[in-house]
Design a binder for this molecule. Structure first.
Ligand code: PMP
Length: 407
């Protein structure tokens, strides 16, 4: 996708769009946008129109008025999603989110790969669990798997990937942006290296969509995973981009009515599809604004000498995701003294237990680093005053803990 498809209707000083969720409302500043984003009010309106008006029909009952209205809404949404990533509408398969899309791409292609004798799969050690776990299940079915260790900044190069290929490699799955550190992977270089080798290329793009223009064709992807709730859309809807030549080689995870080109059975949630489409149409290039927030935050907390993870080169990290740690202070301790700031520890999807971040473990090799790392993630609705206030609260908390530790 190029920038011309990015809407410019939202001012980049997007904190002004704070939709009445100011700090005072709940006493908590939201800095966990990589976990999920606040629903855009225009997306909510688009969904309300479906729920409240006469689009409530089943999008698979297009023989009557209500069903055909629902089909229209779904197809409008499919087009908006496709346009935002430079795909064709027929290449978009709606799913319940990125987790399902990752599972569908990886497990759904396994039988095809086995049938052509390509039973080696390559990925990186810092992928989201919804990529690593399906790949593990392929391993249990007899596939060989390479989980590439990244550089300490979290990046893999095309050269590193090339060296790990084998004649049996059938699938390479590498995320576009890491959800914990914001590290951008060089997908175009990897795609160029893979070109002509008969290897399928999948990317989990959940954290990249909306952070910068994303074009599945330019990245020569065969499969790509998206999620609406990372782009100010609703939770519970995502999509798998399936390059049109591959529709017939992907097997469904669910047996049923054969909806979504036979790849994903189940009645489509029309309002969620419409919300996803609206969120895609409302994508804006917020990078300059988010970079300003990031620099402001880092400048404010510089005195605490945080360790910062991720890439440092221009464009190497998405500005909205900042992974840091204050050596000697575990994230759980920080959370307990900072009720006024909502931030991430490890991956949100695995934060129900005390499981340490496999990403920070992998890039640092240190359990202590993983215990201490926190993720601050900014978004369209984060205001500069929230950054100031959050930085002040964090400075106060870290200094108080350090003072206690010295006593
Ligand atoms: N992949 C990445 C990179 C993610 O950040 C997430 C959300 N944490 C997912 C997949 C899962 O997304 P969903 O919640 O839509 O299933």
């Amino acid at each position: 996708m190029n920038f011309s498809t990015f809407s410019t209707s939202i001012p980049s000083a997007a904190g002004s769009l704070n939709q009445g969720h100011a700090i005072d409302d709940c006493g908590c500043i939201y800095l966990d946008n990589a976990a999920t984003t606040r629903l855009d009010s225009r997306v909510r309106e688009a969904m309300n129109r479906i729920w409240c008006e006469d689009c409530f029909g089943n999008a698979h009952a297009k023989h009557h008025f209500y069903g055909s209205r629902a089909v229209e809404a779904v197809e409008r949404a499919r087009k908006a999603v496709a346009t935002s990533i430079s795909a064709e509408p027929g290449e978009i398969v709606f799913t319940s989110g990125a987790t399902e899309a990752n599972n569908l791409a990886i497990k759904g292609i396994a039988n095809y790969l086995r049938s052509i004798g390509k039973t080696h799969v390559l990925t990186t050690a810092i992928e989201h669990k919804s990529v690593l776990e399906p790949i593990n299940s392929l391993r249990l079915q007899g596939f060989t798997v390479t989980m590439l260790l990244t550089k300490p900044c979290g990046m893999v190069t095309a050269d590193m990937v090339e060296k790990a290929l084998t004649p049996q490699t059938g699938l390479v799955s590498i995320q576009a942006v890491n959800n914990e550190t914001g590290t951008v992977q060089p997908l175009t270089e990897i795609a160029n290296m893979l070109s002509g080798r008969g290897i399928l290329f999948h990317s989990d793009v959940a954290q990249a969509l909306g952070k910068a223009p994303f074009d599945v064709k330019e990245k020569a992807l065969d499969f790509a995973t998206f999620s609406a709730h990372k782009i100010y859309g609703p939770q519970g809807i995502g999509a798998l981009f399936v390059k049109k030549d591959h529709i017939n080689i992907l097997e469904p995870l669910l047996a049923g009515g054969g909806q979504e080109l036979g790849i994903r059975s189940g009645t489509l949630p029309v309002a969620l599809c419409a919300g996803f489409g609206a969120a895609c149409s409302l994508l804006t290039d917020d990078r300059a604004y988010l970079q300003r927030l990031r620099l402001k935050f880092l400048n404010r907390i510089e005195m605490l000498k945080p360790v910062v993870y991720g890439r440092r080169d221009p464009g190497g990290n998405v500005p909205g995701i900042l992974n840091i740690r204050f050596p000697g202070i575990e994230s759980e301790v920080l959370i307990s003294v900072l009720p006024g700031v909502a931030f991430g520890v490890g991956a949100a999807c695995s934060s129900t237990g005390t499981r340490l971040s496999h990403v920070i473990m992998s890039i640092t090799g240190s359990e202590q680093a993983a215990k201490e790392a926190i993720r601050i993630s900014f978004g369209r609705y984060t205001s500069e005053s929230e950054i100031d206030s959050a930085a002040s609260q964090i400075i106060g908390a870290v200094m108080a803990i350090r003072n206690l530790q010295e006593d």
